[in-house]
Design a protein around this ligand. Structure first.
Ligand code: AMP
Length: 114
């Protein structure tokens, strides 16, 4: 947990947000500034910024995040049309929030990779 982290604050209920899904390892919210009709964030409850900061004991958390992303894509109805999973890491990626998270984007043609 980080006192100032916006995603930790959402996790603790200090910032109101509609939690679409939660398990012991992660939770899912809608992105506040969606770049596609479906734009969800899958957020681990443990605070870490980079994959490189993830010790081996937390690797199952990543599996749970991808499983949640897959299930949420189905709930949002974008499995057949397709969707994109994105994890930004560090300055060149444009990462804004220093708490690892998985973007789930879909509902329109997303174009090529940057
Ligand atoms: P990134 O650039 O990968 O760090 O993505 C951070 C994302 O968090 C951005 O797409 C923001 O729009 C989103 N975001 C920031 N604050 C909130 C919030 N309070 N609720 C939902 N999404 C947020």
């Amino acid at each position: 947990m980080s006192d100032e982290c916006i995603f930790c604050k959402i996790n603790r209920g200090e910032i109101p947000s509609d939690i679409l899904y939660r398990d012991e390892d992660c939770f899912v919210i809608r992105d506040v500034a969606p770049r596609a009709p479906v734009h969800l964030l899958v957020i681990p409850t443990v605070h870490f910024t980079y994959l490189s900061g993830l010790s081996e004991e937390f690797q199952p958390v990543l599996g749970r995040m991808f499983s949640a992303a897959k299930d949420m894509a189905a709930r949002e109805g974008v499995v057949d049309s397709g969707y994109r999973l994105v994890i930004n890491q560090g300055p060149d990626s444009g990462q804004e929030v220093p708490h690892l998270h998985l973007h789930v984007l879909g509902g329109r043609h997303l174009g090529g990779m940057a």
